[in-house]
Design a protein around this ligand. Structure first.
Ligand SMILES: [Zn+2]
Ligand SMILES: [Zn+2]
Length: 336
C-alpha cells in the first residue's frame, strides 16, 4: 500500500499520508531561504522600544510605562474595525439581491511580544513568554465581554511563508461578529461526539495520547503537546490543556506559566530541529457565548509552513502529508 488515509476524530476531516521514504528532519529544514540578520533596534519599526508614537494608542502594556515588556495596540491596517456606537444586529447586515454582506466591525489588535526587534519566543525566558500569554488572556476576556463579538481568534504568523509583513515579533487578535463555517463545523462534530459518547472528544484524544505516548511531543503539569494522528502538515503540533476547558478565557492565572513553558519548549524544538521554520499558530476556542460547554476543548495549533497547499488540497479540503506524526513526535522528543 503506497498510502494510508487517516481521519481526525474531532473534525471527521481526512489526511492522506503518502510517505515515500524515511523522512529525515533536514528534508524539511527552512534553511534554504536566506534569513535576514536583524538588529535589536530598527529605526523605522513601529513596534520597537522608543518608537511607541508610531503606533495607534496603546490598549494594554505589561510592566507599563517606558519599560514595557509586552504591548497591545490596535492594528493600523485592520481586517475588521471597532467603531463605537456602530449599528448592531440586522442593521449592519445588507441584502443585495440574493447576496448577504455584513459591515466589517470587530476588533483587530497586535500583541507586540518584545521591545526588541530581533527577539524570538525561543530565546526568551519562560517568565517573558508568560507575559505574552497573560496579554492574550487579558485581551481575550476583555474583547469577549463586548456582546457584539462572537468569535475571538488569537494567532501568530512567523516568517514570510506564514504571511508576516513585519519582522518584529508580534501576534494578533481578531474578533468577528459571527461564527464562520469552519469553526461551526468543528463545534458541530464535537457536539455530535458528545451526544453519541457522553464525553468531550478532545478529552478522549488527550487520554489516549497520554497513554499511547507515540505522538506525544512534550507535557507538563497542566498541558500537553502532540503531533495529531491525522496531522494536516509535516510537524503539525497541537497543545491542549489537560483539564477540560472549552474556552481560552477559562485559563486561570496560575496556569499561564505552564502554558508559556509548553509553548516555548515546542517552538524551541521546532526551531532547533528544522532551522527556524516559518509557521502559524492559532488559539482555537469556543465562541464567546458558548463558554463553559462540555463538548468543546480549546487548543493551540501550530502549523509549520514546510509544504504548499496545492490544487488537490484546495479542491478537496483534504491534505496530503509526506511524514507520519509518530516520526515527527519522535524527532521532536529527541531534540533537547
Ligand atoms: Zn522592531
Ligand atoms: Zn475536553
Amino acid at each position: 500500500m503506497s498510502s494510508i488515509i487517516r481521519q481526525d476524530m474531532s473534525t471527521k476531516d481526512w489526511t492522506i499520508f503518502s510517505v515515500k521514504r524515511a523522512q529525515r528532519p533536514h528534508d524539511y529544514k527552512g534553511s534554504k531561504k536566506k534569513k535576514k540578520i536583524l538588529e535589536k533596534y530598527e529605526p523605522s519599526c513601529p513596534f520597537c522600544k522608543g518608537n511607541e508614537s508610531m503606533t495607534p494608542e496603546e490598549i494594554l502594556a505589561i510592566n507599563g510605562g517606558k519599560d514595557w515588556s509586552v504591548r497591545v495596540v490596535p492594528n493600523k491596517f485592520p481586517a475588521v474595525e471597532y467603531i463605537k456606537g456602530s449599528p448592531e444586529g440586522s442593521e449592519r447586515r445588507h441584502i443585495s439581491g440574493p447576496y448577504l454582506a455584513i459591515d466589517g466591525i470587530g476588533h483587530h489588535e497586535v500583541i507586540i511580544e518584545s521591545p526588541w526587534h530581533n527577539d524570538n519566543i525561543v530565546r526568551m525566558d519562560t517568565t517573558h513568554v508568560e507575559k505574552i500569554v497573560r496579554a492574550y488572556r487579558q485581551r481575550f476576556i476583555d474583547i469577549s465581554s463586548d456582546h457584539q463579538n462572537q468569535l475571538v481568534i488569537i494567532f501568530k504568523n512567523h516568517g514570510k511563508r506564514a504571511g508576516t509583513s513585519l519582522d518584529h515579533p508580534h501576534s494578533q487578535i481578531v474578533a468577528t461578529p459571527f461564527v464562520p463555517g469552519y469553526i461551526r463545523n468543528k463545534m458541530f462534530e464535537a457536539q455530535r461526539y458528545y451526544d453519541d459518547f457522553g464525553n468531550c472528544v478532545y478529552c478522549d484524544i488527550i487520554k489516549h495520547e497520554l497513554e499511547d505516548a507515540s505522538r506525544l511531543v512534550y507535557d507538563n503539569d497542566k498541558y500537553l503537546a502532540i503531533a495529531p494522528y491525522a496531522s494536516v502538515v509535516p510537524y503539525n503540533i497541537v497543545i491542549y490543556p489537560k483539564k477540560h476547558q472549552s474556552c481560552f478565557a477559562e485559563t486561570t492565572k496560575d496556569e499561564l506559566m505552564d502554558l508559556a513553558s509548553v509553548l516555548r519548549t515546542v517552538l524551541k524544538k521546532l526551531y532547533d530541529l528544522l532551522d527556524d521554520p516559518d509557521y502559524n499558530f492559532v488559539i482555537d476556542s469556543s465562541p464567546v457565548d458558548q463558554s463553559g460547554n462540555r463538548h468543546y476543548h480549546w487548543h493551540l495549533e501550530i502549523l509549520p509552513r514546510l509544504s504548499t497547499r496545492a490544487g488537490f488540497e484546495i479542491g478537496s479540503g483534504m491534505n496530503i502529508n509526506s511524514i507520519f506524526p509518530e516520526t515527527c513526535a519522535e524527532n521532536l522528543r529527541n531534540q533537547k
